[in-house]
Design a protein around this ligand. Structure first.
Ligand code: NI
Length: 256
């Protein structure tokens, strides 16, 4: 079975067919799925989805673009809900300087990233990290709080092979999704070919980042075979090997 380590089925783009789509995934060889919260409302819906579907597990955390949702009260809510048995990670958390250029807002992002990393340390859960155009600050902050002691994945990895190696040395996994199928994704193809297979997780980031040949359309876990096939092609192994290894990796990281 294909393990989707990162999807957002709480997103309103699935409002029209969520109830049909999710139950159909298993017959296409997909499951488990980790639904990843990004806003506070998304986290509440994530918790509900984990109750509704056996194969859906959850990650709770506030995305850097949604940190206005974070207060001491909502932080406590996440802390409390993260004890639920099907909540397997804190995420997605991190820094996004692509969408946020303002220095004061970037400082806020760093503050809440740090707080949520500490939350992961306190709860013993792994983290799902989002980092976009913030390579230096993400690494500096993570090294500052000794994140080599906090297991996790760098989701939708968009940096260099050198940077991937630094995270691998810290014990982190690398999340790879639809972007690896894009013709111009040279760096990511190189990473997918070279890093140890035991450290790769498959992810969709659905509804975003659909792989070729579905690029630009709404993404779902049904498109993960395209990603597995591309990683297999780059490594000269079979898609089945990629699917099996990445599922074992996800179970190891998320302790399932
Ligand atoms: Ni995401």
């Amino acid at each position: 079975m294909i393990f989707d380590s990162h999807a957002h089925y709480d997103d309103s783009k699935f409002d029209g067919d969520r109830e049909q789509l999710l139950p159909s995934l298993a017959e296409h060889g997909i499951g488990p799925v980790i639904n990843v919260g990004s806003s506070l409302e998304g986290c509440q819906k994530t918790a509900a989805l984990t109750e509704q579907y056996d194969f859906v597990y959850g990650a709770l955390g506030i995305h850097p673009s949604d940190i206005s949702d974070l207060t001491e009260e909502s932080y406590q809510w996440i802390l409390q809900k993260s004890q639920l048995p099907k909540i397997v990670a804190i995420g997605e958390i991190g820094l996004d300087y692509y969408w946020e250029k303002d220095e004061a807002s970037q400082r806020q992002q760093r503050y809440w990233f740090c707080r949520q990393m500490e939350l992961a340390r306190d709860t013993g859960l792994p983290v799902i990290i989002h980092s976009r155009e913030a390579a230096k600050d993400t690494l500096k902050l993570m090294q500052g709080i000794h994140s080599e002691q906090i297991p996790g994945v760098i989701h939708c990895f968009s940096y260099s092979l050198e940077m991937a190696e630094i995270y691998l040395n810290m014990g982190y996994y690398i999340g790879i999704g639809g972007v690896v199928t894009f013709r111009n994704a040279k760096k990511l193809k190189e990473i997918a070919a070279q890093i140890p297979l035991e450290r790769i997780l498959l992810e969709t980031d659905a509804p975003y980042l659909a792989p070729e040949p579905k690029r630009g359309k709404r993404n779902s876990s049904l498109n993960l075979p395209y990603v597995a096939e591309e990683i297999a092609r780059l490594r000269n192994i079979t898609a089945e090997e990629v699917i099996e290894a990445t599922a074992a990796n996800a179970r190891r990281l998320f302790r399932m």
